[in-house]
Ligand binder design. Sequence first.
Ligand code: UD1
Ligand code: CA
Length: 478
Amino acid sequence: MAKPLHIVILAAGEGTRMRSSLPKVLQPIGGRPMLSHLLDTARAIEPQAIHVVYGSSADAVREAFAGQQDIRWVLQAERLGTGHAVVQAMPDIPDEADVLVLYADHPLVPVEVLQDLLAKENSELTLLTLFLADPAGYGRILRDRTERVTGIVEQKDATAQQLTIKEVNTGIVRARARRLRGWLEQLGNDNAQGEYYLTDIFAMAHDDGVPIETVQAPESQDLQGANDRIQLAMLERRYQLRAGRRLMAAGAQLADPARVEIRGQVAVGRDVKIDINAVFIGDVELEDGVEIGPGCVLQNCRIGSGSRIKAYCVIEDAVIGGDCDVGPYARLRPGTRLADSVRVGNFVETKNIRMGGGSKASHLSYLGDAEIGAEVNIGAGTITCNYDGANKHRTVIEDGAFIGSDTQLVAPVTVGRDATVGAGSTITKDVPAEHLAVSRPRQTAIKGWRRPVKSKGSTDNPAKPDNPDNPTKPENKD
Ligand code: UD1
Ligand code: CA
């Protein structure tokens, strides 16, 4: 039977190379902290316990994971090295357990790789190594003539000869707790960085005659660390590629899997089409046959089946029914609820509204705090004046109403069922059902009116109009 497994995640480092006020383990990948990815992986192995050694920006780190009861937090008050970090967790780990050490700055290690490591059940010490064309920065694996591991040397302590070694330490180690405890007790800090290196246990194991097994990681990119922003960006790309592949496996067609950004959870139905440069944030659900145009940003929303979101829409906290057309260039703000077959066209902004089935707002409108029925037509340039400077008010537009272009609806106001509002109206009073409301000056036509002409010799002053009927005659006399 497998021994109880305790996972220790080292997450106390400051991440100085990030040059950031955010602690390294909270730097995001796919929109969430690096550490949360590793925690997911750790949980997938179903260990007996997960210990997270934390230290720098302690409060921020704890707060980011508040409520995750399965984490055993271990404070490393002083960051004296990776060996010292593991020592902090050991009092809580029984001798007969197996310990798997993970580094929080290697957040994308695939669970299968860890399972390979754990499969070596009889080994007392197993190490995950990696071959890198450019091993700079990593600890190098030292082997003797028979290929047995004899130790690990850190970059800063390595000789020129050792620096040419391409097999590196991922930091991921699995060891019997009893053995590990013994080696950790012997660690010193007489090295280039004055730190207690976890990596020094390998030379001790070798001296003790304990065979060190290695698992060579199959694919390098997932296992690389994130010490600086360049490496972080590389891991981000890696993560995005994986996330894109998951969407494709679930039935979405991505125009280019290298040009989609997933910063949260995206659920897709069948035959969803996603064009380039779409960004998904939070929880997004795209039902069967949804089409997302290029450059759209969708945050926490659900799009019903067959709806088309055209280029460059920004949609946040919204629920969109089936067979809708949105955009291009529409902005749907929080609280937008569209029923089926609704059209919200270009340069339309909505906020906290409901629109019933078949309604349309095809161009250039602001619709906020409104209850819009079914089969309503909202003309171009319609504005709900929902804010009086102090409070927000609601606009109600009942089924079948027709709002002419360039209408202002001064809320609170109701336009009744099948009512019509003439273009250019400012509606301040309720419009009864089936009525026409128009509020604009009557049009006048002036016969024979002549436009002003420039007087001779004048350069910039407009001519004085000589037509006594000219309504544009200036008021001020000189
Ligand atoms: C470490 C390894 C190196 C390996 C590399 C892989 C050691 C001595 N070196 O080097 O062999 O190739 O990782 O990326 O282990 N941490 C603590 N407390 C500390 C110090 C570090 O929790 O006192 C944590 C960090 O937050 C980080 C991890 O341990 O998650 C590794 O520390 P880091 O300083 O990044 O080690 P490297 O120099 O990268
Ligand atoms: Ca590191």
